[in-house]
Ligand binder design. Structure first.
Ligand code: AMP
Ligand code: MN
Ligand code: MN
Ligand code: MN
Length: 297
């Protein structure tokens, strides 16, 4: 992280060449860490964090390649958690990489994914997907921990549903048989791991949990109390009115804001660095965090 880049400003903007939430083949993304870094480079995204689900396995490759291209890649991960029975994602921004309690934490997450995949497979076999685990593994195409998208692809490949959205709508989305959340640790525990790793805990896509304004306020309060320091003010494409409402909720709690695309694959509505315009607000950008000074300078 030593190449000269223009320092980041104090304001949010989709044009900063900054994306703090993206996926690679280390989890459910379509591109290898190196290929993702190349796309970032081509699109002028000069600072980014690779935030694969429950792993930092792709980070070293992305960082190595980013460095060779004069870009900065911040270590990161998007951790699966539970809050009041709701599956909540927390992005860990890790300027010092993973250390301390986060290391056994990530190990436990990987094991939880194994147990969870077995349970998802059992449930999908009941609705007619034979050998569900082997089929999901085939879709994943590698030995990485499985996620629901692998099962969704297996359902499509077996002809049980026409496409991925239908697979989630009928079998894998919130409240459906294949939505197994019980293996995830509580939100506050995961925030503790991140803090122990000198990381910054960022509540991922707060507008994507279908919460009421009031319930979202409670989530932000719980997250802040647990030691969370920021939330994604901008995540991919989001509704402008609700974005303004979210900004007020962050201001009221003195939570910092982050911005990221949540990019998974090319050809969809999202690309690295592509996200909605920020609401007018006085939320402090997370890159003003003292521990991200080197990344932002
Ligand atoms: P998991 O990490 O195994 O719980 O899987 C969650 C992932 O599934 C998310 O990060 C998305 O990449 C993907 N996903 C969630 N909902 C949908 C949906 N409705 N359609 C397609 N992909 C989805
Ligand atoms: Mn995903
Ligand atoms: Mn997520
Ligand atoms: Mn994500």
């Amino acid at each position: 992280m030593s190449q000269p880049l223009p320092p980041l400003p104090d304001t949010f903007d989709a044009d900063l060449g900054l994306d703090l939430h993206m996926h690679s083949t280390a989890s459910d993304g379509a591109l290898s860490p190196q290929a993702l870094t190349d796309i970032c480079h081509a699109k002028g995204v000069t600072r980014f964090s690779l935030t694969d689900h429950d792993t930092v396995a792709g980070v070293a490759e992305a960082q190595h390649h980013a460095e060779s291209l004069g870009m900065r890649c911040l270590a990161g991960s998007e951790l699966s958690t539970l809050w009041r029975g709701i599956g909540i994602h927390v992005v860990a921004l890790l300027p010092e990489g993973a250390s301390g309690a986060l290391i056994p934490g990530l190990e436990a997450q990987a094991q939880a994914r194994v147990a969870r995949a077995q349970e998802i497979a059992r449930r999908l076999e009941k609705i007619g997907l034979e050998d569900a685990l082997a089929r999901a593994r085939e879709q994943a195409g590698s030995e990485r921990p499985l996620g629901r998208p692998d099962f969704a692809k297996a359902l499509v490949a077996a002809g049980l549903v026409p496409d991925m959205p239908t697979a989630f709508k009928k079998y894998l989305g919130a409240g459906k048989p294949g939505d197994v959340k019980t293996h995830w640790p509580y939100l506050s525990e995961v925030v503790e791991w991140i803090r122990d790793s000198q990381g910054i805990a960022v509540l991922a896509h707060p507008l994507r949990y279908r919460l009421t304004h009031r319930k979202r306020s409670q989530l932000l309060d719980s997250f802040r109390e647990a030691g969370g320091e920021a939330a994604e003010l901008i995540s991919g494409h989001q509704n402008a009115d609700v974005g303004r409402d979210l900004a007020r909720q962050l201001e009221a709690r003195d939570l910092m804001g982050s911005q990221g695309s949540d990019f998974h694959y090319p050809g969809g509505p999202l690309a690295p660095g592509v996200m909605s315009a920020p609401p007018r607000c006085s939320v402090t950008p997370v890159w003003r965090h003292p521990r991200l000074a080197r990344f932002a300078a």
